[in-house]
Ligand binder design. Structure first.
Ligand SMILES: *Cc1c(COP(=O)(O)O)cnc(C)c1O
Length: 380
C-alpha cells in the first residue's frame, strides 16, 4: 500500500472535518437551514476577503469567476490592461480577446513580474482603459505579483483593478479594502481546502458602478442579479450545496487558526520548500517575489521535469505538477497551500531526494529535509 498524497498546486487536500460535513444528507437551498448557513458563510467570506463588500459565490471553477468579472464590468471594444507573466496571465488575455476587448499587453518573461511603474505608464498613456487584469499569485511560475503597487497605480484612474486571487486567498495577505482593490475573484480548490466547484467575486463600489454600464452578454453570471438575492440572504439558482456546506466548515477552521497565522504558516512552508530545493542544488524558477502557495523548481540539467512528476506518482503515489505550456518539461511544482503543514513539506522534500536518486541524479540524502527543519525551528 502506498498512501496517497496530493501535493499539487490545486486541487488541494480537504480536511476530514470538511469531508465529513459534506458527507451529510443534502439539504435544500430554500430552507431555514440553508439560510443559517448562508448568513454564517457570507460574514466569514467578508473577513477572508478583508472587505466590507458582499462576496458573491458562484457554482463554477475559478475561470468562471474570471469570466464573470469581465462580462459584468466591461463592454465590447473596451480597452483593458492585462498584466501577464505566466499561464494564468495568458488566460486573462484569451478571455479579453474572446469578448472583443482591446488589450494593452503588459507582459514579462515567465518567472518574472511586471513592474508597477510600467502599469502606471500604460494607464497614463491610455486614460480610457476600463480595467486592469492581474493575478496575485501566478500559480504556473510560483511568483507573487505586487498587487498593492498595482492598486496604487490604478487608484487615480477610471480603470478598475481586477485581481485573480485563486491561489492567494487564504494564503497570502490581500486586504481588498485597505489596498483599494476593486474586484477580487477566487475559487474553492486552493487555499480554501475544498473540492473544486465554487467561484467567488467580490466587488467594491467602483466595480459595482462599472456593472451599470457594462453591455457584454451575461445571464448565469449576471452579478447584479446575483447580488439582489445575496443581499436578501437568498440564492438565485441552485447553489453547489455540498461545497457550501464544506465552505462553512473550512471558514471555521480558518477563523480558529486566525487569518494572520494562516498567512504565516504558508510563508514558513514556502520558505522551507525553497530552502530544501536549493539545498539539493536545484534552482527556483521564480525570479521575482516567490508565491507562498507553490514552489516552482527548475529541473536539473538534461532531466525532463515530467520524469520527476511521473516518479513522484509511480514510486510514491504523490501527485505534484509539472510545467504548463512553454514551461512543460522544464520545471516541476510543489503545492503547499490550504490544508498543508510542516510534515507535508518534509514528505515532499524527502520524496524529492528519492525521486532524484531514482533517476540517477547525485543526492546528498537528508540535505533538503535538514534545510527545511532549520526553517521550522525558527520562532515565528
Ligand atoms: C487554479 C487557478 C485558477 C482557476 O482555474 P480553474 O481550473 O478554472 O479553477 C485561476 N487562476 C489561478 C491563478 C489559479 O491558480
Amino acid at each position: 500500500m502506498k498512501k496517497y498524497q496530493l501535493m499539487a498546486p490545486g486541487p488541494t487536500p480537504v480536511p476530514s472535518e470538511v469531508l465529513l460535513a459534506m458527507a451529510q444528507p443534502i439539504i435544500h437551498h430554500r430552507t431555514p437551514q440553508y439560510e443559517a448557513l448562508f448568513i454564517e458563510v457570507r460574514a466569514a467570506l467578508k473577513k477572508l476577503f478583508q472587505t466590507s463588500a458582499e462576496v458573491v459565490p458562484l457554482a463554477c471553477s475559478g475561470t468562471g469567476a474570471m469570466e464573470a468579472a469581465v462580462v459584468n464590468t466591461l463592454s465590447a471594444g473596451d480597452r483593458v490592461v492585462v498584466v501577464r507573466a505566466g499561464k494564468f496571465g495568458d488566460r486573462w488575455l484569451e478571455l479579453a480577446k474572446a469578448y472583443g476587448l482591446e488589450v494593452i499587453d503588459l507582459s514579462a518573461p515567465f518567472g518574472q513580474t511586471v513592474d508597477a511603474g510600467r502599469l502606471a505608464e500604460a494607464l497614463k498613456s491610455h486614460p480610457e482603459a476600463k480595467a486592469v487584469l492581474v493575478q496575485h499569485s501566478e500559480t504556473s511560475t510560483g511568483v507573487l505579483h505586487d498587487v498593492r503597487a498595482y492598486a496604487a497605480a490604478t487608484r487615480q484612474h477610471d480603470a478598475i483593478l481586477v485581481v485573480d486571487a485563486v491561489s492567494s486567498l487564504g494564503i497570502a495577505d490581500l486586504p481588498m479594502d485597505a489596498w483599494g482593490i476593486d474586484l477580487v475573484i477566487s475559487g474553492s480548490q486552493k487555499g480554501l481546502m475544498l473540492p473544486p466547484g465554487l467561484g467567488f467575486c467580490a466587488l467594491n463600489e467602483k466595480a459595482w458602478r462599472k456593472t451599470k454600464t457594462s453591455t457584454l452578454p451575461k445571464f448565469y453570471f449576471s452579478l447584479a442579479d446575483e447580488l439582489k438575492y445575496v443581499a436578501k440572504n437568498e440564492v438565485r439558482f441552485t447553489p453547489a450545496v455540498s461545497i457550501m456546506v464544506g465552505l462553512r466548515e473550512a471558514l471555521r477552521l480558518i477563523e480558529a487558526e486566525g487569518l494572520a497565522d494562516v498567512f504565516k504558516r504558508h510563508d514558513r512552508l514556502a520558505r522551507a520548500t525553497r530552502a530544501g530545493a536549493e539545498a539539493l542544488g536545484l534552482e527556483l524558477f521564480a525570479r521575482a517575489t516567490p508565491s507562498p502557495a507553490v514552489t516552482a523548481v527548475v529541473s536539473p540539467k538534461g532531466v525532463d521535469s515530467e520524469k520527476i512528476v511521473a516518479a513522484y506518482s509511480q514510486s510514491h503515489n504523490i501527485t505534484i505538477a509539472g510545467g504548463q505550456g512553454e514551461m512543460k518539461g522544464k520545471l516541476f511544482r510543489l503545492g503547499h497551500m490550504g490544508y498543508a503543514a510542516e510534515f507535508d513539506v518534509i514528505n515532499a522534500l524527502a520524496a524529492l531526494e528519492q525521486v532524484l536518486a531514482d533517476i540517477g541524479q547525485p543526492v546528498d540524502f537528508g540535505s533538503s529535509v535538514r534545510a527545511a527543519q532549520k526553517i521550522f525551528t525558527e520562532k515565528s
